[in-house]
Design a protein around this ligand. Structure first.
Ligand code: BTN
Length: 281
């Protein structure tokens, strides 16, 4: 017999599929979305589906992740029903060298989705952290699956988004507890992760279509307006570049005014933190 939890998960999945008002993101041609009670990582699962030829827009959501991943090999703590753990598949027809720009544009989608669902205005920290008052509300991890089938695998981008909704009851490590913030603490209404997921699909699709139509510059302007990095004194995690973050260039790199002149910081394996320590993730 089906357990209560299984029934609930089926209902949530149906609600998600019914509430997504898009034509691509969350609406793949083969209806291949997945909803999990618990999984290792939605990004890992979607990468394996992508390697088998999953359609663009395929979306995987889980109520918990046992091996949630963040950027730079970090863990993404993903306690049961405490956040949105969401991955969607893009197969962009633009050069993969534009990846950093795609990442920044996705940050704008996430910001818009949070605002539409909760009324909360968040900031964007280069390259893809969602920030409220110097604390981390969420993050984005964009990965290219590295499967053997290069044909089916071409131009696949797994976009993983994690948004903190409710503080877990179990004790979190101190360094995470002090730096994290949860959407439920920031607004009066209780946030429904399914509504947040379907709004995310809507906003990603809107921004993605604009990017494909050549409007990335306008979206980057919106990123600039929401940035909590620009104008700050920053230092890279490898301590090699420090100075004032002036702007981003058209490739998404951060332009930093250092004592030796202007330098570019590329996303890749580097994170930035503020010099006064007010945020460092
Ligand atoms: C970061 O800020 O370091 C990025 C965090 C990305 C977390 C999400 S949760 C859904 C998806 N699955 C993962 O394992 N990671 C991403």
């Amino acid at each position: 017999m089906e357990s209560n939890q299984e029934t609930q998960n089926k209902e949530k999945f149906k609600l998600f599929n019914d509430s997504v008002k898009t034509t691509l993101i969350g609406k793949p041609k083969d209806n291949g979305n997945e909803f999990w009670n618990s999984i290792d990582s939605t990004n890992t699962r979607l990468a394996s589906l992508a390697n088998k030829g999953a359609a663009e827009g395929t979306t995987v959501i889980s109520r918990q992740q046992s091996l949630g991943r963040g950027r730079l090999g970090r863990e993404w703590v993903s306690s049961y029903d405490c956040g949105l753990y969401f991955s969607t598949l893009l197969r962009p027809t633009i050069p993969i060298s534009d990846l950093p720009v795609i990442t920044l544009c996705l940050g704008v989608s996430a910001k818009r989705a949070v605002l539409a669902t909760s009324g909360v205005e968040i900031g964007l920290k280069w390259v893809n952290d969602l920030i409220y008052n110097t604390k981390k509300l969420g993050g984005i991890l964009v990965e290219m699956p590295t499967g053997l089938n290069s044909d089916k695998n071409s131009q696949a981008l797994v976009v993983g988004i994690g948004i903190n909704v409710k503080e877990p009851e179990s004790e979190l490590p101190e360094e995470i507890r002090n730096k994290a913030v949860y959407l439920n603490e920031l607004c009066d209404t209780k946030i429904d992760t399914i509504s947040l997921a379907s709004e995310l699909c809507f906003q990603i699709e809107h921004i993605y279509n604009r990017m494909l139509a050549g409007e990335s510059n306008l979206i980057l302007d919106e990123w600039r307006a929401s940035s909590v990095t620009l104008g700050q004194e920053i230092i890279t995690s490898n301590n090699e570049i420090s100075g004032k973050a002036l702007d981003i260039d058209e490739t998404g790199a951060l332009i930093v005014q250092t004592a030796e002149g202007k330098k570019l910081v590329h996303a890749g394996e580097i994170s930035v933190r503020s010099k006064d320590g007010s945020y460092s993730f």
